[in-house]
Design a protein around this ligand. Sequence first.
Ligand SMILES: [Zn+2]
Length: 491
Amino acid sequence: MFIMGSIPVRVIFIKIGTCCFSAYYIDIVNYLIYIHVVKNTLMHAHTCICMYIVLLIHNTHNLINIYFSIEDDNFVNAVKKQKRKAEEAGTDLTDVIQGQYYQKMLPKHNGADMNLTLTLNTDSVSIFKSSKKGSLWPVYLAVNELPVKLRYSRKYLIPCFLHCHSEKPNMITYLSPLMKTLNSLNDKGITVQTDEGALLVKAQLLMASLDLPARAIVANMKQFNGKFGCSVCLDEGKSRPGQAMLRYFPFKELVQLRTHTSMVTDARKAALEGNEVHGIKGASPLMLLPYLDMPRSLVIDWMHCVLLGVTKAMMTLWFNSKNKDKTFFIGDKIELLDRRLLGIKIPDFFSRRQRTLHDHKHWKASEMREWLLHFSVPVLENLLAPEPYLHFILLVSGISTLVRDDLKKIDVDYAESCLIDFCKIYPKIYGDFTQTMNLHLVRHLPTYVRMYGPLYGYSCFGFESMNSFLKRMIHGTSHINKQVSFAICMT
Ligand SMILES: [Zn+2]
């Protein structure tokens, strides 16, 4: 037994059954003991650990709790500075904390000295060459009150759970302990010792930023290519003639939005009847948080939706020789396009140089981002036919507005009109069946920007960067859990 703050805790070393989840859970506990030991006995040996989570099995109640300690002045100061900045920004949308929904959700008189909100992420991370061996499913929490750079830094991004198995995790089993802890953090909070004295800190989960497959699993819904696959609205889509599995989502002027009540009702009905209702298969672990609004909390990640989704899909259509008789085909102009693209002299704050368009299928999300926001419009001018060119500019205009850090409400309205027109015209140029879920979600983006501020504040870029770090720390296929535990410990 050891003492954590004023709470006596016994960490129990037991292997519960033989399933991987249990085994990996115990390993996380091991790593956290390591952190605890390092922090308390070798303080100066590991000074970068300023904020840490402890997953502990309480010796009397057998509950898993998270205690995260904010003993770092930099953390406290960064949160205070960010909140001051938000007040000074007035009605401008510069980050999550200026969003309408944040302002509505944040408790004002709950007795806490500091209220924090969190963004959850989990995703499948391939670590084996063979997909049959499974993948890693880390769960992270990011603190929205930190500036974006710190929010997604390895120092302050909070790794909570790991799962590594040939099967995908059962999210109810996997995330329920975390939800229990989040409820406790919201109701009771934790007392943290800082240089300013003891602070009562309370926190609540504000949103989950996930790619489409992970979102379907966490929300316990049909996949994005299924009937009623959208978590925002009740658009059921259409199946292709003769290809029922391939669904597309024709543009509709009006869509009926899901509400939290409708999602819970559908989940109950689905659980009772054993069949999915409006795409919902049953309860989601997120429903364990009584304050959480499901459709509002499942935000759209622009990295997957816009960059790796719509932008990449359009480039594939433009360059595919099967489309050589179409007006938008420019596959025969790649050399010329490349000459323009690779001839652009870029400032040194760009992380990498552009690669040839021949490799566009292998471009990383950051390359797609620079292409969409900076290079595409001048490079494509007079080479892409006028109609698809002007249509593409609607996407560029809408998205480049929604990532601005001095966003005004009127800008969001402008971006929305661009994106709605973009979605409406899309099938006229590229055909009905190209209207994928990613394209459908583009119309919902402005709604989330109004609620949570510019797109970069809650994108998966930061989480993916942590995933890449974990992957780099893994060598060989044995004892993955220990390798990853060590990797997280070293962040
Ligand atoms: Zn929708």
